[in-house]
Design a protein around this ligand. Structure first.
Ligand code: NAD
Length: 505
């Protein structure tokens, strides 16, 4: 049996229970179908067939999850960090035990190619181990000295938190958000994306089997407008972490206003990769291709704008065209697939709509720009490269979130900075040059939360992750995550020597 066939057979076996049972929620340590009777169909982008039905979470379901998170909070908060560390490391071990299942289920549910999803469990487990190890020191603060007083700070978990995740790499992103919250001592209500609910249920099962106490981890499935909305309004929830679109962030700010929610938003991007004439040509080419066509281009940090200096433009674009034409589009479980089907027909139609928009705006479609109907009834598009574009075109301004690259040429460093910053977004950027001084000048002036020099996106868990402008609010990673999930308390202790002001004596 080929590896592809083997993947299909195994995935079918893992998915069977989701197809034959309605997927519900995980509240207070129990799997439940909640209070409502409505369900929705979950489909695979591979061929748009059903993966089973999922319960549409109601406000009452969210209330039950929030109450359970609230009740579980004091005990989880007061558990010694060393104990939480042990539990979270145990959780990571359980993820690794189910790595194959996670990869196959995730690949079928969201359409990401199995070659990338094989890493999902490993990265998810690494997220848990990293924050598990930090749990014992999470409450540590600073000592700040004055002449007659000593201040010290300590941190305590903010309370139950809401975590709302998107569909592009749901498993990895869920672990990335939930691990620091639990390590900090917060309890969690997770609302996964309605388009990709399955790996969140695997996580809930792992939470149960790893012995995470009841109520510490709750998952409510359903739609943003109902379940997500109620979660952001619930008074027990002290903070909301969203990974999603900018418009959703605006909704959540409004919805959370009455209860003064602390928010952390990781939103969209239109990230530039800036390639100068003196760049290492081959390495830059590899990175440019990887950072837009891997993960179906459905990646917040994808470099969807290529800014190419005029001296190497023709040679670089020619080499790029050859590589893009050569990308292998196909079934997400085929190990040779590089670009899989896009997550949902609505998103697929959105991506396809940019093929006409680009033509109408006067860009040249150098590669792709078509559906791949020859691959069957799934959401397949040809990897696409637009050239001769300029910064005012919609394909240079809007987040397409698919395997679609817009190339714009520039002459000078100043022009590169101007084009790079000419969008509402500011998540990440990539700079390719052998000139260190230029790299540092660019890094200072490009408006982004994260910049990589002569590299594709390389994740370092202690480093801050997040965006500026419309790409987000706040930073994840290392201690930055604890800043969000914890409150800092200052304690000021007098040495007994200062003069206390006297009134009415
Ligand atoms: P989305 O904003 O439509 O949905 C994200 C989540 O928000 C879903 O769970 C959804 O149900 C929920 N939601 C929707 N409306 C809500 C509301 N009114 N109240 C509460 N919750 C609500 O995003 P998506 O389409 O699932 O994901 C794609 C987007 O995510 C892209 O813009 C992408 O760039 C972004 N993203 C950003 C990062 C990052 O780290 N910056 C990472 C991955 C994805």
């Amino acid at each position: 049996m080929s590896e592809f066939q083997n993947n299909v057979t195994k995935a079918d076996a893992y998915l069977d229970r989701f197809k034959s049972n309605v997927t519900g929620h995980f509240i207070n340590g129990e799997f439940t179908s909640g209070s409502g009777s409505e369900t929705f169909e979950n489909v695979t982008p591979i061929d748009n067939s059903s993966l089973g039905r999922v319960v549409k979470g109601t406000s009452a379901d969210v209330d039950a999850a929030c109450e359970s998170a609230q009740n579980a909070f004091p005990e989880w908060r007061d558990m010694p960090g060393a104990e939480r560390k042990k539990l979270l490391n145990h959780f990571a071990d359980k993820i690794v035990e189910r790595a194959e299942e996670i990869a196959l289920v995730e690949s079928v549910d969201c359409g990401q190619a199995i070659r990338f999803m094989k890493q999902a469990a490993v990265r998810g487990a690494a997220n848990f181990r990293y924050f598990a190890d930090k749990a014992p020191e999470a409450q540590n603060g600073l000592a700040l000295h004055q002449e007659e007083h000593t201040n010290y700070t300590l941190r305590s978990p903010i309370g139950p938190v809401g975590i709302i995740t998107p569909w592009n790499t749901p498993f990895m992103l869920s672990t990335w958000k939930i691990a620091p919250a639990l390590a900090a001592g917060c309890t969690v209500v997770h609302k996964p994306a309605e388009l990709t609910p399955l790996s969140a249920m695997l996580l809930a099962e792992i939470a149960q089997s790893a012995g995470i106490p009841d109520g510490v981890w709750n998952t409510v499935n359903g739609f943003g407008e109902v379940a997500g909305k109620r979660l952001t309004e619930h008074p027990a929830i002290k903070a909301v972490a969203l990974v999603g679109e900018g418009a959703t962030g605006s909704h959540i700010m409004r919805q959370g206003a009455d209860t003064l929610k602390r928010v952390h938003f990781e939103l969209g991007g239109k990230n530039p990769v800036i390639v100068f004439d003196d760049a290492d040509f081959d390495r830059a080419l590899d990175a440019v291709v990887f950072m837009i066509y891997s993960l179906n281009g459905q990646r917040c940090t994808s470099s969807s704008r290529l800014l190419i200096q005029s001296g190497i433009r023709d040679k670089f674009i020619a080499a790029l065209e050859a590589r893009v034409k050569n990308l292998k589009v196909g079934h997400s479980l085929d190990p040779s697939t590089e670009v899989g089907p896009l997550v949902h027909t609505n998103h697929f139609e959105k991506v396809v709509s940019y093929f006409d928009i680009a033509r109408e705006d006067g860009a040249h479609t150098a590669v792709g720009g078509v559906r791949r109907e020859d691959l069957g009834p799934g959401n397949y598009v040809a990897p696409t490269l637009f050239t001769q574009a300029n910064s005012s075109m919609r394909i240079a301004q809007e987040e397409i979130f698919g395997p679609v690259l817009t190339a714009i040429s520039f002459d000078t460093e100043a022009e590169a900075i101007q084009i790079a910053n000419d969008t509402d977004y500011g998540l990440s950027g990539y700079i390719w040059t052998e000139n260190t001084g230029r790299a540092m000048r660019m890094a200072r002036h490009v408006e982004a939360g994260m910049l990589w020099v002569n590299s594709e996106n390389n994740r370092n868990l202690p480093s801050p992750f997040g965006g500026v402008k419309m790409s987000g609010i706040g930073r994840d990673g290392g201690d930055y995550s604890f800043d969000f999930y914890m409150e800092t308390k200052n304690v000021c202790v007098a040495h007994g020597t200062h003069r206390v002001p006297v009134l009415g004596r």
